[in-house]
Structures are given as structure tokens and as C-alpha cells.
Design a protein around this ligand. Structure first.
Ligand code: MEV
Length: 310
């Protein structure tokens, strides 16, 4: 049996505007991962992919008109490497990453799947090749992805990302006493739908949207510098500024706004949605000392919080 894992991610700044060529900053999240196992099917009942959390089992030997992105990931890999589908193999997928939450669960599962297949079939796989294959599947999940999700998930480093350019890895001067809380709004939100919604809104009001994307670009540049200099106070203020712009774009809602209000009440220096929005996770800048208080305060309000290093 072979097992491969892949991490998740959050976006510090620049979601949506990154689809239109503006920069984004993303951080790896090591605390929640997807995991894929592959082994011989001793019952000799064909090539099967089990995804119990999705309540799905895929039988790859059956011909279909439409394939799920998980099936396509495997089929593409096998076809690209001229490996026959007619095999007795079982793949099992598990994930700690909430689905449709903005944490890149799709890119993480594709990445773990391709890594496990490459090891099982002894196919050399560079990070660049892995990215190309994951990005193909991201197009099915996201429609018009920028590529920021697979990049941060594969390279596992904080990065400054512009679509189509080589990512710039960024580092902090010092380790701050602050971390990021990841609050799950429990509202599931489909990235492809939200990205399409923003596209339609931009088509209806291009001037307004391009101005907003320009403003977010300036915030992203300042967040990059605050991150690298461990300038926590400005970092928090800029997260709040970014959230105001995301609200103007139309990807926040009353539910998410009230989580942001709670977050500030519980001591956060800055909060914003992370990822496509209209649901999913929010991130809040929190003093490490206040982690327990912050988590418990949200538990009382029925919401789960995890934490990740800045
Ligand atoms: C999704 O994590 C971030 C978006 O900007 C989409 C993308 O960049 O592909 C909303």
C-alpha cells in the first residue's frame, strides 16, 4: 500500500483580482490535509476509487458520458503515461479539508492522487509536471482558475503569485506572536459559481470592477511588505481594507459579515474572507496567547476554528 498526502491553503490577499492578472498572496496550511491510498484489489474486481466522505465509489472500467474530476484525474494520468485502465487496483481518498470552503480541497485531492499514482507506477514526477496535471483538473473545478491554489499546495511555501508568471516565494523577517485563525462559516460555496458571478458583475460594470481590482492590487503589495517585515498592526489593518473591497465586489454576505464582527469582538486585529467567498472560511489575525479564548468563543457560537502560522 502506498499513501500520499497534500496540504491545504488560505489566501491572504488578492482572491478574484488574481483571476484578472493581479497579484495574490497565499499561505500553505499544514494542519488540514487530504490523503490518498493505493493498493492492489485482491478481489480482482477492477479499478475502483472510493471516496467515502463524498459517499462516492467510482468504477473506472465502466464507460460513461461524463466523468467526475476525481475519475478524470486518474484517467488522464493513466492515458498520459500509456498505462491500461484494465487493472485490479483500489484507491481510497480521505480529506480533513472542508469541501467548498476556499481551502483548496479540490487541488489538494488532485495533487495527492497524482503523487500516489506516480509512486505506484514508478513514474518520475517533478513539481512542475504535477502542477500542470493538477491545473488541468482545476479548470473543471473552477472554470477559469488563476493557478494560485495548486501552486501553494504543491510548493508548500508562502507565495506572491501572478497568473502565468513564476511564483515568488516570500519569507518573514521574524516570527510574530500572532497567527491566523481559520473560521469555518459552515456555508458551502462553489468556487466556479462565485468566480462566474464576479465575471458577470464585471461584464455589467467593467470600470467599477477594474478599479476595485486595482485597489486590491495596492493592498496586496502592502500586505506583502507587512508580511515580510512582520508588521502585524499594518497587516491587520490591510486585511480589513481587503475585506471592504471584497464586500464591494459582492462576495461577502450578512452571515460572513457577522462572523467578522464577532471576530473583532473576540480580539482579532484584522479579518477577511479567504478564497472565493459567499461562504467557506474566513481568516482572522490573532495573538497566539488568545488562541483558546478565540476558539472557545466561536464554539459557543456554533463555529469551528483552526489556527495556522503566519
Ligand atoms: C480561489 O481559491 C481563489 C479565486 O481567486 C479563484 C482563483 O484564483 O482561481 C477565487
Amino acid at each position: 500500500m502506498i499513501n500520499e498526502k497534500a496540504i491545504s491553503k488560505i489566501i491572504l490577499s488578492g482572491e478574484h483580482s488574481v483571476v484578472y492578472g493581479k497579484p495574490a498572496i497565499a499561505l500553505p496550511v499544514f494542519g488540514s490535509k487530504s490523503s490518498v491510498k493505493i493498493f492492489d484489489n485482491s478481489e480482482k474486481s477492477g479499478f475502483i476509487i472510493k471516496a467515502p466522505q463524498l459517499e462516492k465509489t467510482f468504477y473506472l472500467n465502466e464507460k460513461k458520458d461524463i466523468y467526475n474530476p476525481i475519475e478524470l484525474t486518474v484517467i488522464n494520468f493513466l492515458n498520459n503515461n500509456e498505462i491500461s485502465l484494465k487493472q485490479n487496483i483500489i484507491i481510497e481518498i480521505f480529506s480533513e479539508i472542508p469541501i467548498a470552503s476556499g481551502m483548496g480541497s479540490g487541488a489538494s485531492i488532485s495533487s495527492a492522487l497524482i503523487k500516489v499514482l506516480a509512486r505506484f507506477f514508478n513514474i518520475p514526477l517533478s513539481k512542475k509536471e504535477l502542477y500542470t496535471q493538477v491545473f488541468e483538473i482545476e479548470k473543471i473545478y473552477h472554470g477559469n482558475p488563476s493557478g494560485v491554489d495548486p501552486t501553494v499546495i504543491i510548493y508548500k511555501k508562502p507565495l506572491y503569485f501572478i497568473k502565468g508568471k513564476t511564483p515568488e516565494f516570500i519569507t518573514k523577517k521574524t516570527e510574530p506572536n500572532y497567527c491566523l485563525a481559520i473560521i469555518d462559516s459552515k456555508i458551502r460555496s462553489s468556487t466556479i459559481e462565485v468566480v462566474n458571478l464576479v465575471k458577470q458583475k464585471r461584464e455589467a460594470n467593467t470600470l467599477k470592477y477594474d478599479r476595485l481590482f486595482d485597489e486590491i492590487e495596492m493592498i496586496t503589495e502592502k500586505i506583502k511588505s507587512a508580511f515580510c517585515n512582520s508588521d502585524i498592526v499594518n497587516f491587520g489593518l490591510l486585511m480589513n481594507e481587503n475585506q471592504i473591497k471584497l464586500k464591494e465586489i459582492g462576495v461577502s454576505n450578512d452571515n460572513l459579515d457577522s462572523i467578522i464582527t464577532l471576530s473583532k469582538k473576540f480580539g482579532s486585529l484584522g479579518s477577511k474572507i479567504s478564497g472565493a467567498g459567499l461562504g467557506g472560511v474566513l481568516i482572522s489575525l490573532i495573538e497566539k496567547e488568545k488562541i483558546d479564548f478565540f476558539r472557545n468563543s466561536f464554539i459557543i457560537n456554533g463555529l469551528n476554528v483552526t489556527f495556522t502560522l503566519l
